[in-house]
Design a protein around this ligand. Structure first.
Ligand code: MN
Length: 493
């Protein structure tokens, strides 16, 4: 038996992502969109069109096209000025028409690039091959719960006809981690653009990595494994695990048998934590693509494109870059503040309302994060008003509220009550006094007690000064520690 030795491996992964768009109605009919009606009673979001009854005609959902163009623009894609709809024929019970309306040779978006943060924090550019629009299929439930259905397969057509954007990358991803990062960044992007809720557990995004490996053997010869596709993964963790498993499976197969495998489709078995062969793959000709005669082509003119560009605004990556370069935040902090659109909007809003950027960032990253974590929500959805956050930042800068515990208490209260931050701080007794009067009184009161640290300090122990400041602070509530330090230093000469 020949010895098959692996000298090195080059992993190539392309990703196919299906994103359900959050339009009100379906892609080619007025029936309500399942993506916006999760958990609806089975087969309640259907009409004649979804059922594929004879004589029905499709009508394009303009909003779905606009959402797709926005994603395409955000992915740096070219937008087709002329595109059309094609029928992809296959016979399956989840698709009563026996064809899916999709886009074959003229995708709406093509040739883009998307930067993702690499493991070392630098940007890695992933090329986008295309993004086209199509309709989703229904759902088959095998052995559905309820006893009555055991041994049967039932069909729920609620999902059939949901607008689906299929995004395909070039095979530029080289590790399972990168694949998961790409998926997470894309989720953030579609949520930012407001085109999809991007909720994995609701099936709004489904991932299909295409994987193969170039193995260099001991003699320097390169062996390329056949590309396999893992179907329908719907969590980031599974996407990463399944990709890692499939890479290793291909390498092991070559080592054990010398086979490079066949182009085929795999599934992920979560119970056994492995991929399993589903079928060898269809070729495009098996789908018998042809232009849908019932739908006119789509023409995207300059005015429409310009209008959509104007609606996009600042993208998460641009915002993160601005926070790092213009405001001077760390990459990590900028990442937290751009985790979702609402959080970035809260931060920007507070700065626009007059809060010092660094101070506002600190408030959010310390006290804000703690409260958000306790409640299991994002910073942006705490219900904090930008103007109140700005007011609190100003109180700290004016030395009226201490930045540590007191500021945290005021912030927590501002989430519950929409009132000026200074009023809240006063009600909580957290306005600190910078007036010399009460501070001098507290100093004198302490000195009269002639405490041990005072004797130490007078004996030349500089380190005792801090303890003295602390003791003065305890003489009265709400003294400004900075002013206490200054006055005490003066007093002791
Ligand atoms: Mn597809």
């Amino acid at each position: 038996m020949p010895q098959r030795i692996v000298q090195s491996c080059k992993v190539l992964i392309g990703l196919e992502i299906h994103v359900q768009l959050a339009t009100r109605s379906k892609m080619f009919t007025g029936a309500a969109n399942a993506a916006a009606n999760f958990g609806a009673e089975p087969n309640s979001l259907v009409d004649e069109q979804v059922l594929g009854l004879p004589g029905v005609l499709p009508v394009m959902n303009r909003k779905a096209v606009e959402y797709s163009i926005k994603v395409g623009l955000a992915l740096g894609c070219q937008i087709a000025r002329f595109t059309k709809w094609d029928r992809k024929s296959y016979y399956y019970p989840d698709l009563p028409k026996n064809y899916q309306i999709s886009q074959y040779d003229l995708p709406l978006c093509y040739q883009g690039t998307f930067d993702i943060p690499d493991e070392d924090g630098t940007a890695r550019t992933i090329r986008i091959r295309r993004a086209h629009l199509e309709e989703d299929a229904g759902k088959l439930l095998h052995d559905a719960p309820g006893g009555y259905h055991i041994g049967y397969t039932i069909v729920d057509l609620n999902r059939a006809g949901t607008p689906l954007l299929e995004i395909v990358t070039e095979p530029d991803l080289t590790t399972p981690r990168q694949v998961a990062t790409f998926a997470q960044e894309l989720q953030k992007l579609v949520q930012y653009l407001g085109v999809s809720d991007g909720q994995m557990q609701m099936g709004h995004m489904r991932f299909e990595p295409n994987i193969n490996v170039h193995i260099t053997d001991g003699d320097g010869q390169v062996h390329r494994t056949a590309i396999t596709e893992i179907k329908n993964l719907n969590s980031f963790a599974v996407l990463e695990k399944a990709s890692a498993y499939e890479i290793q499976r291909q390498i092991n197969e070559w080592i054990d048998t010398g086979s490079l495998g066949r182009k085929s489709t795999y599934g992920w078995d979560d119970a056994r934590q492995c991929t399993f062969l589903q079928r060898t793959k269809e070729e495009a000709q098996d789908y018998r693509y042809f232009p849908d005669p019932d739908l006119p082509p789509v023409v995207v003119n300059d005015a429409w494109l310009a209008e959509l560009k104007g609606q996009i605004g600042e993208l998460p990556a641009q915002r993160r870059k601005r926070y790092i370069e213009a405001i001077g935040l760390s990459a990590f902090d900028a990442g937290v503040l751009t985790a979702d659109r609402a959080t970035g909007d809260l931060f920007d809003g507070a700065v626009a309302a007059g809060g010092n950027a660094k101070r506002v960032a600190n408030l959010l990253l310390s006290h804000g994060n703690r409260i958000a974590n306790e409640r299991g929500v994002s910073l942006g959805s705490l219900g904090l008003k930008p103007v109140r956050l700005a007011e609190l930042a100003q109180l700290i800068d004016q030395n009226k509220v201490a930045p540590a515990e007191p500021a945290g208490k005021v912030l927590a209260r501002l989430i519950e009550v929409d009132a000026p931050a200074e009023q809240i701080a006063a009600e909580l007794g957290l306005i600190q006094s910078s007036d010399a009067g009460p501070i001098d009184a507290a100093i004198e009161a302490l000195l009269a007690q002639d405490p041990r640290p005072l004797q130490d300090y007078r004996a030349g122990k500089q380190a005792a000064f801090g303890a003295l400041v602390g003791m003065v602070m305890k003489q009265a509530k709400g003294l400004n520690p900075k002013v206490v330090q200054e006055r005490l230093k003066q007093r002791l000469g």
